[in-house]
Design a protein around this ligand. Structure first.
Ligand SMILES: C[S@@+](CC[C@H](N)C(=O)[O-])C[C@H]1O[C@@H](n2cnc3c(N)ncnc32)[C@H](O)[C@@H]1O
Length: 210
């Protein structure tokens, strides 16, 4: 079900920085600032794993991180990252195939959903939702369309490129925000980058009322 970013592992970071400069990194750095010391953190689709090193710069130890990445080549690069004194469990699989113990304080989904169909998005979202504890934070970064022609152009180009190289399934951006609305999340904070094309959102899961 998950697309394979395996083929792109060796050039993904360089290409994304060539196109977007520091915007993809800045969006994720902004999200990382919301992680509390000692948190149990789930990272899904971390790519080459640079996010682990950035998280370690903020919290040199004390985090319990579960790092789920489906592409073996991406995971191999991620395992080489400096994690300081943090504990990281690496799971090389599609998140929706993995049975993890629920109760994460925070989950991070950085540019995970944009290449999913609506159907895959819903399956993956529901799976991750069940792992986040009530009042936990969901930190999501992704693209959004705000009506500019060049956004559609860039998005289309990305879909065509990654369909050819990696076999991704999507041809349009799925309704990411509506998943958070449907599952009753509260928006805590949000920041946009690259002329609003990139949005980093901080959501809080609501208390589950029995
Ligand atoms: C567009 S890339 C973003 C990589 C990284 N977050 C970044 O911003 O540089 C999406 C990543 O999610 C991974 N991925 C896609 N579907 C996944 C799934 N179902 N479970 C875990 N990882 C997945 C891909 O292998 C890829 O590394």
């Amino acid at each position: 079900m998950a697309a394979s970013f395996n083929n792109s592992a060796w050039f993904y970071d360089r290409l994304s920085r060539l196109v977007y400069g520091n915007a993809l990194v800045s969006a994720q750095l902004y999200l990382l600032s919301f992680i509390e010391p000692g948190s149990r953190v789930l990272i899904v689709g971390g790519g080459t794993g640079w996010i682990l090193e950035e998280l370690t710069k903020i919290h040199s130890s004390g985090l319990y991180i579960t790092y789920v990445e489906v592409a073996p080549a991406m995971m191999a690069l991620s395992k080489k990252r400096d994690i300081g004194g943090n504990t990281v469990i690496y799971v090389q699989n599609a998140i929706e195939q993995v049975n993890l113990a629920p109760g994460f304080d925070a989950v991070i989904t950085p540019f995970l959903f944009d290449n999913f169909t609506e159907q895959t998005l819903r399956i993956v979202f529901t799976h991750i939702h069940a792992l986040l504890k009530p009042q936990g934070l969901w930190l999501n970064a992704d693209f959004q369309l705000t009506g500019r022609w060049w956004q559609r152009f860039l998005l289309k180009s990305m879909f065509v490129f990654f369909r050819l190289i990696c076999g991704i399934e999507a041809s349009k951006l799925p309704e990411i925000k509506s998943c958070f609305t449907t599952d009753n999340y509260t928006m805590v904070d949000e920041k946009t980058f690259f002329n609003n094309f990139i949005v980093a959102s901080v959501y809080r899961r609501n208390l589950v009322i029995p």
